[in-house]
Design a protein around this ligand. Structure first.
Ligand code: SF4
Length: 285
């Protein structure tokens, strides 16, 4: 079973001693200070227990990055862009951290988000798209990003959820979109604070008594109600992800996105088969 990863603020960190965490803060200085204090209290050496800190999340990309530059850690850094059309220019200053830290940019899918995708990809940061229930304009922008991801040779790092979905279609082993997006409470427990409940938008009000059964319970409930998910070919991976919070959301657009990725996986499979056959012929005596 996957370990539970608690998603906490700096102030909550002490209550999760020794457990895998994502630590979030608007202030890199507070993050670095809090993690240094925890390390001092537990007697850990620099770099000790690297698996405990799964990500440090910077909620305000406008903040000064100097404390991160001076930080003696290689912890993965996740930069949150909640207003990407305005904040994308902030990404350049994080490039100095790339040699020591894996860097991901989590980009809210709001109008104009593609600019941030282009900059993050150019800086060789991996990308996670934080996606709600996109309207028609956003679906068009998402399809442009799918095209970038599939066809631009300059995009070398994964763009999630496209990357895992493509692999999942290619291997014909449905992954869970809830897990790819780090929204499955069986694995990712978001410990809310008053200031930030954004990440609870898919789970709040739909809470199952048992977080480990949340996605299964919700899937059963959505299927029992009938509707679009019942006959959706992408249900094994999506499991109703796009039907919350608004159950009446029309998935025609997101199904086009899944469809593009599924077609690309089929094409990739066919290309590899042709290549293997050609190789066999050239190896034949
Ligand atoms: S894409 Fe929409 S219809 Fe298909 S399984 Fe997901 S939420 Fe249901």
């Amino acid at each position: 079973m996957d370990p539970v990863i608690n998603h906490v603020t700096v102030a909550q960190l002490g209550a999760f001693d020794g457990k895998p965490v994502v630590v979030r803060s608007h202030s890199p200085a507070s993050l670095v200070r809090a993690l240094a204090e925890v390390r001092a209290e537990t007697g850990g050496a620099p770099g000790a227990d690297p698996t405990r800190i799964r990500w440090v999340q910077i909620l305000s990309p406008e903040a000064d990055v100097a404390p991160l530059v001076e930080w003696d850690s290689a912890a993965p850094i996740d930069i949150i862009l909640s207003a990407p059309a305005e904040q994308y220019t902030e990404l350049h200053k994080f490039a100095t951290l790339r040699d020591r830290h894996p860097i991901r940019v989590t980009i809210s899918v709001v109008h104009g988000f593609k600019k941030a995708v282009l900059v993050a990809a150019a800086l060789q940061f991996s990308i996670k798209l934080d996606i709600g229930q996109p309207d028609a304009g956003l679906v068009d922008e998402l399809l442009e990003v799918v095209d970038l991801y599939l066809h631009r040779t300059t995009v070398g790092e994964p763009i999630e959820f496209f990357h895992s979905a493509l692999l999942s279609f290619f291997h014909e082993e449905p992954d869970s979109l809830w897990r790819i997006q780090e929204d499955d409470p069986a694995v990712f427990r978001y410990v809310a604070d008053e200031a930030d409940t954004r990440q609870l938008r898919r789970t709040i009000g739909n809470a199952s008594a048992d977080p480990s059964a949340f996605v299964d319970d919700l899937g059963r409930e959505i299927l029992a109600a009938g509707g679009e998910c019942v006959a959706c070919e992408f249900a094994p991976m999506c499991r109703g992800y796009f039907k919350v919070p608004d159950r009446g959301y029309d998935c025609a657009g997101v199904r086009r996105i899944f469809g593009e990725l599924a077609t690309a996986a089929t094409q990739l499979s066919a290309d590899l088969e042709v290549q293997a056959e050609a190789q066999e012929r050239s190896d034949a005596p």
